[in-house]
Write a protein that binds this ligand. Structure first.
Ligand code: NZQ
Ligand code: ZN
Length: 380
C-alpha cells in the first residue's frame, strides 16, 4: 500500500432537525456576523433557509444575505459577494444550498483575503487563509460540504476550473436529509451520478489498496441501490439518508486514501462540456462521459476494471457492466449520449481543447487531446 496523508477537519452534524444546531455551532466558534450565501430560491421552499435563520436568531448571530448563485456558479457572483462581505464586515461565511453555493462560498471565504481569487484558479497564487465557513447542505452530490475543493466558471473565457486548499474545508456542515425529501427527481439522479463518478475517479487507479477499494465498492453499490429505491419510493427517509451520507463519503477523502489522488480526467472532460454549455448539469455530463471513458480506458488497468464489473454490477466484464450502467442511468431518466443533449460530432474538438487547457490529464493513462476526442466520440 502507498504511503498517504489523511486529514479532514470538517465537523458534520447529520440528521432530522440538525439545522437547529447551526447557530450554537457558529456562536461556539466566536463568530458574530455571517454572510449568508444562497442560490435561486429552492432553500426557501425546502425549509433550509427558515431553519437556518431561526437558529441564527436564537443564537444572537447577525447575518447579511446574498441570493442568486446559479448552478455551474460564476466568478462574477463571487466578486459581488466578496464586496458585500467587506462592506458588512462579516467574520464568517454561511452557505445554504448545494455544491454551487458551497463552492462559491469557499471562493468568497478565501477571496476575502486576496486581491483576485481567480489568480488561485490560474495557479498563480496560493490560498493561505480563508474566513471560517459553515454550510447547510440542500443537495447531496459534490461532497463540497466536507472537502477542500471548489469549482467556478469564468464565463467570458469559458473556463470551468477547480481549486483546493486546506483552508477551504468547512468548519461545520449541517446535513439534514429531510430537506432533500422533495428534491426534484432529476437533481437526485444528477447527485447520485456525480457521487458515483467521484468514487470511480479514485477506484480505477487502484490495484490492491484493499481497504479503499472495498470501501469504494460498497459506496458504489449503496449509491445505485438507494437511488433505485428512491425511484420506487420517493419518501423513503432511510434510502434518502443513506444516499446523502454515501455522497459525502464519496468525495471527503475517506474512500480515496492511498489511491494516488485519483484520475479525474472524466471530470475534466465534463467540465469542458459544462464550461461551454452551462445549461448542462455536472451530473448529467458525467453520466454521458464516464461510461465512454471506461470503454476507452479499460485495457489500461484491466484487473481493476474486471473487479469493478463483477463487484459492483455483477457483470462478467467491463463492457457488459457499462451496458448495465447505461441501462440504469436511462431508467433513472438521465441522458447517456451527447446527442441527447444536442451536442454533435462537430463540437468534439472544441470540447477537447477546452478540457485540455486545464493541464495534465489522467493517471490510468495520460491523455492526449486526441484521446479526449476519441472518448467523446464514444459518448456520441
Ligand atoms: O439555486 P437553487 O434555487 O438553490 O436550486 C438548486 C439548483 O437549481 C437546486 N436545489 C438544491 N437543493 C435543492 C434544490 N432544489 C430543490 N430542493 C433542494 N433541496 O438544484 C440545482 C442544482 O444545484 P447545484 O448546487 O448546482 O448542484 P450540485 O450540488 O450538483 O453542484 C454542482 C456544482 O458543483 C461542482 C460542479 O461542477 C457544479 O459546478 N463540483 C464541485 C465539487 C467539489 N466542490 O468538490 C466536485 C464536483 O465534482 C463538481 O465538479
Ligand atoms: Zn463531480
Amino acid at each position: 500500500m502507498e504511503n498517504f496523508k489523511f486529514w479532514n477537519p470538517t465537523k458534520i452534524i447529520f440528521g432530522k432537525g440538525a439545522i437547529r444546531e447551526l447557530g450554537p455551532a457558529i456562536k461556539k466558534h466566536g463568530h458574530k456576523k455571517v454572510l449568508l450565501l444562497a442560490g435561486q430560491g429552492s432553500s426557501k421552499k425546502n425549509g433550509a433557509y427558515d431553519g437556518a435563520v431561526k437558529s441564527l436568531q436564537a443564537a444572537g448571530i447577525k447575518w447579511v444575505e446574498l441570493w442568486g448563485v446559479q448552478p455551474n456558479p460564476v466568478l462574477t457572483k463571487v466578486y459581488e459577494a466578496i464586496k458585500l462581505a467587506h462592506a458588512e464586515k462579516v467574520d464568517a461565511v454561511l452557505a445554504v444550498g448545494g455544491g454551487s453555493v458551497i463552492d462559491s462560498a469557499k471562493s468568497v471565504a478565501a477571496g476575502f483575503y486576496l486581491s483576485d481569487i481567480w489568480e488561485v484558479f490560474e495557479g498563480r497564487v496560493e490560498i493561505k487563509r480563508a474566513l471560517p465557513l459553515f454550510t447547510v447542505l440542500t443537495l447531496s452530490a459534490t461532497a463540497s460540504e466536507m472537502n477542500q475543493w471548489a469549482v467556478l466558471t469564468k464565463a467570458d473565457e469559458k473556463k470551468k476550473w477547480a481549486i483546493g486548499a486546506d483552508a477551504l474545508f468547512p468548519l461545520v456542515s449541517i446535513v439534514d436529509p429531510s430537506v432533500q425529501m422533495r428534491l426534484p427527481w432529476e437533481q437526485t439522479v444528477n447527485g447520485a451520478i456525480d457521487a458515483l463518478s467521484h468514487v470511480m475517479e479514485n477506484y480505477f487507479v487502484g490495484t490492491d489498496q484493499e481497504v479503499s477499494m472495498a470501501v469504494c465498492e460498497s459506496l458504489m453499490r449503496t449509491i445505485i441501490t438507494m437511488t433505485d429505491r428512491l425511484q420506487a419510493h420517493p419518501r423513503d427517509y432511510n434510502a434518502r439518508a443513506s444516499l446523502v451520507w454515501a455522497a459525502t463519503m464519496a468525495h471527503n477523502g475517506v474512500s480515496a486514501v492511498a489511491l494516488k489522488g485519483g484520475d479525474w480526467s472524466a471530470h475534466k472532460i465534463e467540465h469542458g462540456i459544462s464550461a461551454i454549455h452551462p445549461e448542462v448539469a455536472h451530473g448529467t455530463g458525467l453520466g454521458i462521459v464516464f461510461p465512454a471513458w471506461i470503454l476507452y480506458l479499460r485495457k489500461y488497468n484491466p484487473k481493476t476494471f474486471s473487479r469493478w464489473a463483477k463487484q459492483v454490477w455483477g457483470a462478467r466484464n467491463a463492457e457488459s457492466a457499462v451496458k448495465k450502467m447505461r441501462t440504469i442511468y436511462s431508467k433513472w431518466g438521465a441522458p447517456v449520449s451527447l446527442s441527447e443533449l444536442g451536442i454533435g460530432s462537430k463540437e468534439l474538438k472544441t470540447i477537447a481543447n477546452n478540457a485540455f487547457r486545464m493541464g495534465s490529464m489522467g493517471v490510468v493513462k495520460k491523455l492526449t487531446r486526441k484521446d479526449i476526442e476519441k472518448i467523446l466520440k464514444l459518448a456520441l
